[in-house]
Design a protein around this ligand. Sequence first.
Ligand code: H2U
Ligand code: ZN
Length: 348
Amino acid sequence: MDLYAQPHRRYNPLTGEWVLVSPHRALRPWQGQVEPDQSAGPPAYDPGCYLCPGNGRAGGLRNPDYTSTYVFDNDFAALLPPAAGPVPVGLNTPLFRAEPEAGLCRVVCFSPRHDLTLPQLPLAAVRAVIHTWAEQSDELGRLPFVNYVQVFENKGAAMGCSNPHPHSQIWAGEHLPNEPAKELAAQRAYRSTHGRCLLCDYLEAEEREAVRVVAANAHFVAVVPFGAVWPFEILLAGRRHLGSLAELRGEEVDALAGLLQQVLTRYDNLFSTSFPYSMGFHQAPTDGGDHSGWHLHLHAYPPLLRSATVKKFMVGYELLAMPQRDLSAETAAQRLRETSDRHYLSGS
Ligand code: H2U
Ligand code: ZN
């Protein structure tokens, strides 16, 4: 089978799901929606921004004059801590099933600077962000009602990000959400069949094949995974088997900061735009069970396809049948590799 010319489907071993790949279709004409180009730079401080230091937030509270990362409880949290008193009963009939869900939602501002995204911040500031994610994950994961902590960043209006001030979110909940639940099952099944870790083996295999590797350093590897759904999707994982951000050693935090910045710089450079995406870490559940088989990793899902203004839509066949892509994962990885790792706005 010719993976570069013939329609085929590819398996994602981490989720157990398939993606349809149609490489012969990559050159079809485009006359659809055009996204606005966001290339005009924002100011370093915006008096109207809810997240800038010293400003009032939408919920009525005021941010301190913070100088590094800044964490606050989301003023419009999707999850609420358990109420005192008896736990509300759910619904449990075969057709109508519901369970109470407790949790906490926080917002992490990356830095006081309104205008600097992760690839534009000094490396030390990105290290501080990773430390904050690790600390928060650890603190939230220890709460008795928290069994899974999701760290994620929505970037850009195209991904529904509501505020341009660079920030991420943390949602810590009682149940394992759908995506990590699929990955838990897949990692367990692989380990029981092969006696090894799925992602340790996967990274080794990707490095052997090399065609989908975008960047790597002594501790981390970033690939456009074989079963990628989004055009320039990235899977980034560590060479050492560990389950959560809090387990990272000092030199691994440095290496993660460096590789993340490198990948995100290549993203921005690809179409000379602030590249929108949703990205986040999948960490081991914090339910007190044995999750020694879990391998910490990051997914980045950017929607852009051909330019700063043409994005991939998940519609039609994708919504009703299965995801589909035209650009092959190998071509996407090659395009990212060929892009400079010096940010196009860095000026030198
Ligand atoms: P995005 O990461 O999708 O932009 O969402 C930003 C979050 O920040 C959103 O969940 C919260 C919103 O509730 N927020 C506050 O908690 N206070 C504010 O003043 C503005 C935004
Ligand atoms: Zn701001």
